[in-house]
Ligand binder design. Structure first.
Ligand code: ASP
Length: 343
């Protein structure tokens, strides 16, 4: 039997950084050093090939154009590999994973994002285990030869999560991610134990690459005391098409007339407003409390149990499909690739 093949895509992030000998500041190293740091890569029994961003970046610098670039790298090489591993900074990894899940329609092979909190070259690095296990998962097959994880996922600190359900929850701990509204797809201990019921395929059909994202969207985080004037100014940004509201609890917000009027004006200008919760877990239920009644009346769309990361990238994706505001609003609540579970 031939060895499984995996393509490693190196985009940057802490995992591939090296400390400057004098200042100690972290900056990206090149791919050759990556293989030097992890000699185990050669002993995995997996045909590993690598491709890197010509200039590896901190994930805080990732843009929608970079998401499309990663999706294209995968789609153009899709038939040649059994799976894909994307090395990526952890800071915005959940956004990239969400975006990739929308851009790679019909994905039926593993795309596993991983990174680390400490660079590979450091003694206590978490990067080595993350990298080696992510590759193993990307190569894993079921008994009938089909890929074990045919979806975009994040592997970090012994757990595999659905990419578009994941949030970064810790800036320091090795266990930096969680997917509060979806079960962990696999746990790596002595064995890698997969939860087959939780794993995709999440969208059938042949692979179809999408390359257009519309970034004229925003996120508005509510807080007690939020001023209508500030909301109006924010929603008045030129060209704005859609906004993810990060609301309280099960989708609630202030009932202050001026605040609601600022939202209503945006709706009159056909800006799509989407309701996500600031809570890490649980779902939006508009209309359950009086404090979300006005959202229903003005046509705010519920993001159900989606993460903010998935909601904002889904807005970019749907507008990128050429849909108008009414079309985006009508389709937003339909699950595309496991990013939401309607009530
Ligand atoms: N700032 C880094 C990044 O997101 C942190 C990390 O890699 O974990 O690129």
């Amino acid at each position: 039997m031939s060895r499984p093949s995996v393509l490693l895509i190196y985009t940057g992030g802490t995992i591939g950084m090296m400390a400057d000998a004098r200042s100690g500041a972290l900056s990206a190293m090149d791919l050759e050093h990556l293989e030097e740091q992890v000699p185990e890569l050669a002993r995995m029994g997996i045909a590993l090939e690598t491709v890197a961003f010509e200039r590896p970046i901190d994930s805080s610098d990732m843009s929608p154009a970079d998401w499309v670039r990663i999706a294209r790298l995968i789609a153009e090489r899709y038939e040649r590999y059994d799976g894909f591993v994307v090395l990526h900074g952890s800071d915005t990894m959940a956004y990239t994973a969400s975006a990739l899940s929308f851009l790679l329609e019909g994905l039926a092979k593993p795309v596993i994002l991983t990174g680390s909190q400490l660079p590979l070259g450091t003694i206590r690095t978490d990067g080595k285990e993350n990298l080696l296990t992510a590759i193993e998962i990307a190569a894993a097959k079921q008994a009938d030869g089909r890929p074990m994880v045919p979806e975009v996922a994040i592997y970090f600190e012994y757990r595999l999560y659905r990419g578009n359900r994941t949030v970064k929850v810790h800036a320091e701990r090795f266990e930096a991610f969680r997917s509060p509204n979806w079960p962990v797809l696999a746990e790596a201990g002595v064995h890698i134990r997969y939860d087959r019921a939780a794993i995709g395929p999440v969208r059938g059909g042949p692979l179809k690459l999408h390359t257009t994202l519309d970034d004229r969207v925003g996120v508005l985080w509510l807080f007690p005391g939020i001023q209508a004037g500030w909301v109006r100014a924010t929603l008045g940004a030129p060209g704005l098409r859609g906004v993810v509201l990060a609301t309280f609890g099960s989708g609630n917000g202030p009932t202050d007339a001026a605040f609601l009027e600022a939202l209503r004006e945006a709706r009159e200008r056909r800006i799509v407003l989407v309701n996500t919760t600031q809570c890490v877990g649980g779902r939006v239920e508009q209309g359950r409390y009086q404090t979300s009644r006005a959202f229903v009346d003005m046509g705010v769309v519920s993001a159900e149990d989606m993460t903010v990361e998935a909601a904002v990238t889904k807005l970019m994706f749907l507008f990128g499909q050429g849909l108008g505001p009414e079309g985006v609003a009508a389709h937003f609540g339909e699950p595309l690739c496991g990013e939401l579970a309607p009530m």
